[in-house]
Design a protein around this ligand. Structure first.
Ligand code: GDD
Ligand code: MN
Length: 372
């Protein structure tokens, strides 16, 4: 440490806050946190996914004169969990918190959470809506029941005992992150589930009740696709060791694509009286577009293509899948020639085609580095 000035006061808490279009909330949030965290040495790390409403610019202006605030900007990327993880990895304190930017998480819980992980021997403190003293606030009946179902699923499938594993408001010791980091799925919205399940040792967890607040500025990014992401997270956490979640998603979309194919084939053949070859070709085309559309929306939501890139992606997708189709027929035909068992040969053909399509499109259509 020679040459480095270590005389400053050591940081105790890093708060990571994901943002997407939250320009109306961030100043108020920083003011409130400054008040609440008076007795703690803290820093804030905002992770912004290239918001269109000027959130990043606003945060940058704040960070330029407030040394407790930093902002990380990601371009061509989306995802609440992955944003939180990257923010956590950029932090420096021994205790780490995650909270929303939209003032729905009650910052007054932070000192009690800090007490729990710093002084009471807990590894993790969770802001909980489902224990005595907490509530979901003004949620619609529908959202409450969806959230309850999601909670039940993770309690049954992942054997979690937490009352509110869906919470996005929590604080932990740094060791929790360090020991889970290589196993994290980084998928979707549910970072807490991901962290708890990825921890090699059982965690000592304290749940602290809070009332989920109202959103005043901006709007929620939670939509039905979040449910798909959640199922993918569950899949990744159970069979993900053997099969990548994106492949499961790709294959599920493909299965729906077969349904679309059959419907189109049926209608063009019977209702429009098209010759079989024309009907089958139409069905192939439509189902390719369907597959591309849904994979772009669901499987590759974090790297979604838009505008011109969408059309270019569609073209590449169709090319790749045509080759995949040829590989499918080639393999199936070869196997059939050897054993004469059509079901197995057909299925093996499909498997080879699926893996080809998935592999090639993941490299050429949705490459890892995104474009803004
Ligand atoms: N960087 C980044 N990228 N931030 C995002 C993204 C994204 O793709 N999507 C949402 N956010 C940010 C929002 O700006 C907000 O600060 C926070 O994540 C939560 O997003 P909301 O859209 O407000 O979610 P919500 O209120 O419907 O859901 C919250 O409550 C649920 C129940 O506790 C979240 O905390 C969920 O994780 C939580 O399950
Ligand atoms: Mn919210």
């Amino acid at each position: 440490m020679e040459g480095i000035d270590m005389t400053g006061v050591a940081l105790q808490l890093s708060v990571v806050i994901p943002t997407f279009n939250e320009v109306g909330n961030v100043s108020v949030l920083i003011d409130r946190l400054t008040l609440t965290l008076q007795d703690i040495e803290w820093e804030l790390i905002f992770v912004d996914d290239d918001s269109r409403d000027g959130t990043y610019q606003k945060l940058q202006t704040i960070a330029a004169c407030n040394p407790r605030v930093r902002v990380l900007r990601r371009v061509g990327r989306r995802g609440l969990s992955s944003a939180c993880i990257e923010g956590l990895l950029a932090s420096a304190a021994p205790y780490l918190a995650v909270m929303d930017a939209d003032l729905q998480h009650d910052e007054n819980c932070l000192p009690a959470m800090f007490q729990a992980v710093h002084a009471e021997g807990f590894d993790l403190a969770v802001g909980s809506r489902y224990i005595e003293g907490g509530s979901t606030g003004a949620w619609s009946q529908q959202r409450v029941s969806v959230s309850k179902w999601a909670t039940l699923l993770s309690q049954k499938i992942l054997k979690l005992t937490l009352q509110d594993p869906m919470s996005g408001f929590f604080m932990m010791r740094r060791s929790v992150l360090e020991s889970a980091v290589y196993r994290l799925s980084s998928l979707g919205f549910k970072i807490l589930v991901d962290l708890v399940v990825s921890s090699p040792q059982p965690l000592r967890i304290k749940e602290i009740p809070f009332h989920f607040g109202l959103r005043v500025a901006g709007e929620s990014k939670l939509d039905t696709r979040v449910a798909w992401d959640y199922v993918m997270l569950l899949a990744d956490k159970t069979v993900g060791r053997y099969i990548p979640a994106k492949l499961i998603s790709f294959a599920s979309v493909g299965t729906m694509g077969v349904g679309v194919h059959l419907v189109i084939l049926g209608t063009t053949k019977t209702l429009l009286a098209m010759p079989f070859v024309a009907a089958q070709s139409t069905a192939v085309l439509v189902s390719m577009v369907f597959n591309f559309y849904l994979n772009n929306l669901l499987t590759y939501r974090d790297q979604q293509l838009h505008g011109r890139n969408w059309w270019w992606g569609l073209l590449k997708f169709m090319l790749a899948c045509s080759l995949g189709g040829a590989a499918n027929v080639g393999v199936a035909n070869y196997l059939y020639g050897n054993d004469g068992w059509w079901v197995l040969s057909g299925l093996m053909g499909i498997l080879v085609g699926l893996i080809w399509n998935f592999g090639v499109t993941s490299i050429f259509v949705w490459p890892q580095r995104g474009k803004p």
